[in-house]
Write a protein that binds this ligand. Structure first.
Ligand code: CDT
Length: 305
């Protein structure tokens, strides 16, 4: 059983301890519902600060975690261990390990003993790097984060193979396919998606449709369960889509949040269902025709897959 723990808005002034308290409450609900693992959203520990511009480096760094777990996130790991529950967590990572400061939009998988078993750094960073004063809010991921350098990894976890993507990655078929090629059976995806797209307001009415469209097709075409987890609701003036959901390898949406706030949903994710698709319709070894994809690329001069 997998749980998605959607989170409502986090105020700019809400500190980590209060957020972790909310997360522990969600974790306990997930456990009570029979979950083995609970998934939190992208950048779950703070408000989604790329919506604001600042040139103050210290102010930027304050949104990031230097250690995971650190003193303020340790209670989450302790509670998971106490409950015997694994979790998926999105957070903003400040890496100073190589004597150089690097910032990533990161997610991790933690097993039931509190050990980090997998780490991913977001690859598809949306938005822009420059301040857009005319815009009602910013989307400054290209300013505050580096492109992830770990690739799309997959790990043995919870009786199968688990992978991670983060928010905008879900709109790109390559993200799922690279995981599908590694046999990923569960794909965790946290997101912070505004209802309004300042650069293309004509897309706004389709926000929820596109959210489901890309995750449902990613699940089906790669025979995987997809667990999509939102940070939702009106956060510091930015309205964000909710609709956290669990999608089966059939492409069917089997559980969906109904609120804009903190909410837990669960689904019994039968990994044999994915195997059934992976061995038939989407048997990659038998049916993919990679040599032809390359021929098309050579003929047209398109970017190689
Ligand atoms: N966090 C994140 O990646 N958000 C983007 C907003 C882009 S607007 C289309 C997303 O793809 O949801």
């Amino acid at each position: 059983m997998i749980a998605a723990a959607q989170m409502g808005p986090i105020a700019r002034t809400q500190g980590r301890p209060a957020v972790v308290h909310r997360m522990i409450d969600l974790m306990r609900q997930a456990k009570a519902l029979g979950a083995q693992v609970v998934a939190y959203p992208e950048a779950a520990l703070t408000a989604f600060f790329p919506h604001w511009f600042t040139e103050d480096e210290d102010e930027v760094d304050a949104w990031f975690e230097r250690d995971m777990p650190g003193p303020q996130t340790q209670p989450l790991f302790d509670e998971a261990r106490r409950l015997g529950l694994g979790f998926h967590l999105g957070y903003c990572e400040l890496d100073v390990s190589a004597g150089q400061k690097r910032r990533f939009n990161t997610s991790i998988l933690v097993d039931a003993s509190g050990r980090i078993i997998g780490k991913y750094r977001k690859i598809h960073l949306p938005g822009h790097a420059e301040h857009r004063a005319e815009s009602p809010f910013q989307n400054l991921e290209k300013r505050y984060f580096e492109v992830g350098d770990l690739g799309f990894g997959a790990w043995q976890a919870w009786g199968g193979v688990a992978g991670m993507i983060i928010c905008n990655d879900r709109r790109w078929p390559e993200s799922y396919r690279v995981l599908g090629l590694q046999g990923a059976e569960m794909i965790f995806c946290g997101y912070n998606t505004p209802v309004h797209h300042p650069g293309a307001p004509e897309h706004d009415r389709l926000g929820q449709f596109h959210n489901e469209l890309c995750m449902q097709s990613g699940a089906y075409q790669n025979s995987a369960w997809v667990i999509g987890v939102a940070k939702a609701g009106l956060e510091e003036g930015v309205d964000m889509i909710a609709g956290s959901c669990i999608i089966a390898p059939t492409g069917e949406l089997v559980a969906r949040c109904s609120s804009n706030g903190d909410e837990v949903i669960v689904a019994r994710c039968d990994l044999d269902l994915g195997r059934s698709y992976r061995e038939t319709t989407f048997n990659f070894a038998r049916h993919r025709r990679t040599e032809h994809y390359h021929m098309i690329v050579e003929r047209t001069g398109a970017t190689p897959p």
